[in-house]
Design a protein around this ligand. Structure first.
Ligand code: NAD
Length: 289
């Protein structure tokens, strides 16, 4: 068994607590035992012990940490737990700059522990549907336009906070490069819009837009033009599935802790995560030039 703590009890952290208290029977999620949670507020959480970060770092019965705070504090918290020789599951994005992510990965390898970045967007029914549709197709050009409410404070630049959309694009179309990127930012009205012009390996244009502002519906609009058809809609999934997305991610993290995920799979995942973070960094740099 791997004793674990959850750091940050917001939306994601509360789901982590819930899932570890009732793991999917017969799955690797059962290998995690919730030992406590870290919060800046004093909270009652179903009999689970509230612990300080320093306790969590030093206790021998705590082997893993779930980092579920706002994006801005991920890097520092992940580093502390890795330094202490603990396994880490961090909600995406791991960091708000590329170089820090490379350093954290090196640190995890040096310490011989698992560093896992959650990517529930790849487990969704709409992503699986898209992946199947796109398989074997030749893209001519495409756009992914995400809209949502104003970005919460401490979630970082749009290219990082929206890494889930970029991860979709990379998983669907392979490694990308950044051609151009621009930002419209009206902070006083909580509005921001990032437009990144990307290129696939065979120079097909892909545009990624993250647009956030008060009252904007949470939606992903796609327009992917292939040789034989154009995809403009992802149908709403018929059902939400029997196993929740965070639970599926917990099972994956548990399997990594048990050493049941092949080395090649881990390497492919790491390459994709660092590639996406390097694109996000390049987009941010171009927007801020
Ligand atoms: P949230 O704002 O609901 O939760 C963040 C929590 O962390 C807050 O309760 C805050 O008080 C707490 N916190 C901040 N600093 C802390 C500290 N030093 N010690 C203890 N607690 C601290 O945000 P969220 O939606 O749960 O998102 C958290 C992370 O999960 C983000 O990285 C986000 O990208 C990722 N994520 C969220 C979802 C989702 O559905 N909400 C999905 C995928 C990934």
């Amino acid at each position: 068994m791997f004793g674990a703590v959850v750091v940050g009890l917001g939306v994601a952290g509360s789901v982590r607590v819930r899932d570890m208290l009732a793991p999917l029977p017969g799955s690797a999620a059962e290998k995690l035992a919730l030992k406590g949670f870290v919060s800046r507020r004093t909270l009652e959480q179903g009999g689970v012990e509230q612990v300080s970060v320093s306790d969590a770092l030093s206790r021998d019965d705590i082997a893993a940490a779930f980092v579920c705070t706002e994006n801005e504090s991920h890097e520092e918290t992940v580093r502390q737990f890795l330094e202490a020789g603990k396994h880490v599951c961090v909600e995406y994005p791991m960091t708000l700059n590329y170089k820090a992510a490379v350093d954290l990965w090196d640190l995890a390898e040096e310490k011989g522990v698992v560093l896992h970045e959650e990517h529930i967007e790849l487990l969704t029914a709409d992503f699986k549907w898209l992946k199947e549709k796109v398989e074997g197709q030749k893209l001519q050009e495409g756009t992914l336009h995400f809209t949502g409410g104003s970005l919460k404070p401490r979630f970082g630049f749009l290219a990082f906070s929206g890494i889930a959309r970029l991860t979709w694009l990379v998983e669907l179309f392979g490694e990308l490069s950044v051609n151009k990127a621009t930002l419209e930012d009206d902070q006083s009205n909580g509005y921001s819009k990032m437009t990144a012009h990307l290129l696939t390996a065979d120079h097909r244009p892909l545009t990624w837009i993250e647009e956030r502002g008060p009252g904007l519906p949470r939606a992903k609009n796609v327009h992917f033009k292939f040789d034989s058809f154009t995809l403009t809609e992802v149908p709403a999934p018929a059902s939400r599935g029997a196993v929740g997305l965070f639970m599926q991610d917990l099972v994956l993290f548990g399997a990594k802790l048990e050493g049941h995920v092949p080395r090649a799979t881990l390497q492919t995942e790491k390459t994709r995560i660092l590639h996406c973070l390097s694109l996000a960094q390049r987009i941010q740099d171009l927007c801020q030039e």
